[in-house]
Design a protein. Structure first.
Length: 569
């Protein structure tokens, strides 16, 4: 392909009718004032979309436009252009044919980038146009830093040598500590974890190695196996960052710290535990820049969404969201809080830790070390004249009773409880020692949920169920399973890291405290309550909601079966 010619973007957009003279004048004045690129200004001003600009360039230069949102790159081709150069030139290797490489460029008229790429690759190239946002998203997905992390781990191993080192001196506040191999290794691990959408980082010393794993979409993936020699300095550095006792290696410790990763503030909850071969460290990552979802975006069944909204808007009562750790309970409660958050309402939250920051509400972090536990904070919160109180978790009888008394005496109380399903929730409260009348009077609605992985849209393909999967569906659908013709599964691609899944969504079941349910709770016979609850929930269980997602093509039968095993009757 011939070397491209420089094009004046403003004139091109005017010629193709994508921009008016007034809009171009405004953009040029803004460019002169701010020094930013013209293309970025017209996109941010909502005059033209990125895709429209890219397609206009493609038409003018008579080269293809490639939509990277639905493009599956080949790792061996992507790696021909190092990540640093890919970001610098805003370029990516798309394909290869007849010895020539197809290069996707955001600005194919950038002659300097064209010449530098030609020198780097030493191959004949053809150009295509790609949009900038989709290119950067692709780079974040496909340029994995596993090799860089392993290299830094080896560098740290070599740096330690065979002679014992006093790591407290090495990793303290001495000048140059930020250049220490352990610091660079941790920084790279955090960056890769955020890029991979990991919710947790597990650092686990083994007999002859140190294993680092990321939890992505609820499933652990091995990120690195390194020399076990670096386990101690890694644990030590993390303890220093979180203010833990670096001399104590025999007892578990918990702490937290905040870091900046790729421009985002990330709160890290850290837990250390002594194991046979050293201290195991697990870190939960809470990205404070992640926007809150509204209830409309949680994909609840319409009836569940309607009844939940009705319950939380009542002037008093208690709404409980149940499920295991990491099932999205806090996300659901904060989605409800976001709708309730008005200037007419006083909202107080009592949490450990504060996972989301929401403007206009009063959030309190419990601190057991200074005797600031749930019970004490909750008692104080109720003296602050709140309309709505969110309690992070009903951990014990005292906290539950305080919350339920508040619900009875004119407050709306939102909280969570660790139970398998909605039916076991009132029973669990009774087992904790909460009086029957208090459960019956205060509880308004119980919502149980689990997270299931969503099929990757970029590699979804039709799927024929295996015999055991077909029979599992028959348990829920009966003969109607034979009428269902379409099922889907992810093939695995660069967009989803080869897993076939990208992201998660929730499945739900709900129990409303109707008159019949309340009467059953007040009777000293658990079976009567269970019978009444099952009658209300007929056909609306967690398992049935998982099947609903299967039928809509949003998740796989295998994933629905995996999650359903967590709440089998």
């Amino acid at each position: 392909m011939a070397r491209p010619e420089k094009i004046r973007l403003g004139d091109l957009l005017i010629q193709q009718g994508l921009l008016t003279d007034e809009q171009l004048k405004f953009a040029l004045d803004e460019q002169k004032r701010s020094g930013r690129k013209l293309g970025r200004i017209v996109v941010e001003s909502a005059f033209v979309t990125e895709e429209a600009i890219s397609q206009a360039l493609a038409r003018q230069l008579q080269i293809p436009f490639v939509d990277l949102k639905h493009f599956n790159p080949k790792p061996e081709l992507i790696s021909l252009l190092p990540e640093a150069q890919a970001r610098r030139f805003r370029a990516v290797v798309l394909s290869e044919a007849d010895g020539r490489l197809r290069i996707g460029l955001v600005d194919p008229t950038d002659l300097q980038a064209y010449d530098d790429i030609l020198r780097l690759l030493r191959r004949e190239i053809d150009l295509a146009v790609v949009s900038e946002s989709s290119l950067l998203a692709l780079i974040d997905r496909v340029y994995r830093r596993t090799e860089e992390i392993s290299g830094l781990a080896k560098e740290l191993t070599a740096d330690l040598g065979d002679v014992p080192v006093e790591f407290g001196d090495l990793l303290g506040n001495a000048s140059g500590a930020e250049e220490a191999p352990v610091v660079k290794l941790l920084q790279t691990v955090f960056e890769e974890a955020m890029r991979s959408r990991a919710s947790d980082i597990h650092i686990e010393p083994q007999e002859r190695s140190l294993r680092v794993r990321f939890r992505i979409d609820g499933v652990l993936h091995v990120q690195m196996d390194a020399d076990s020699k670096i386990a101690a300095p890694l644990a030590l550095r993390l303890k220093l960052m979180s203010g833990l006792d670096i001399s104590e290696r025999r007892l578990p410790q918990d702490g937290r710290f905040a870091i900046k990763v790729r421009g985002n503030t990330v709160d890290v909850r850290i837990s250390t535990m002594p194991t046979q071969y050293g201290e195991s460290v697990v870190m939960r990552l809470l990205n404070q820049n992640t926007g809150l979802l509204g209830l409309d975006h949680l994909h609840m069944p319409p009836r569940v969404l309607e009844r939940l909204r009705h319950a939380v808007r009542r002037p008093s009562g208690m709404v409980l969201v149940t499920g295991p750790t990491g099932s999205g309970k806090t996300t659901t409660l904060y989605a409800a809080l976001a709708e309730l958050n008005t200037t007419e309402k006083k909202i107080i939250t009592v949490e450990d830790p504060v996972e989301y920051r929401l403007s206009g509400i009063n959030q309190v972090q419990v601190h057991d070390k200074i005797d600031l536990g749930f019970e004490r904070v909750l008692r104080s919160a109720l003296r602050q004249d709140p309309d709505i109180v969110l309690v992070g978790e009903m951990r014990d009888q005292v906290t539950a009773e305080i919350g339920m008394r508040a619900a009875i005496t004119g407050h709306m109380v939102l909280s969570t409880l660790h139970t398998n399903d909605v039916i076991s929730t009132p029973i669990r409260l009774l087992d904790m020692g909460v009086p029957r009348y208090m459960v019956a009077l205060s509880l308004q609605l119980v919502l149980a949920q689990r997270l299931v992985r969503v099929i990757c849209e970029n590699c979804s393909e039709p799927y024929t169920p295996a015999p055991n999967e077909h029979e599992w569906l028959r348990l829920e659908l009966g003969d109607a399973v034979d009428q269902q013709k379409k099922y889907a599964k992810g093939r695995g691609c660069a967009h989803c890291g080869g897993t076939g899944y990208s992201g998660r969504t929730a499945v739900y079941e709900m129990l409303e405290m109707s008159n019949e349910i309340v009467e059953a709770i007040n009777v000293d016979d658990t079976s009567a309550f269970v019978h009444a609850a099952r009658a209300q929930m007929a056909g609306q269980t967690l398992r049935r909601d998982a099947v609903r997602l299967v039928l809509k093509g949003r998740t796989t039968i295998d994933e629905a079966m995996r999650v359903s095993n967590q709440f089998e009757d």
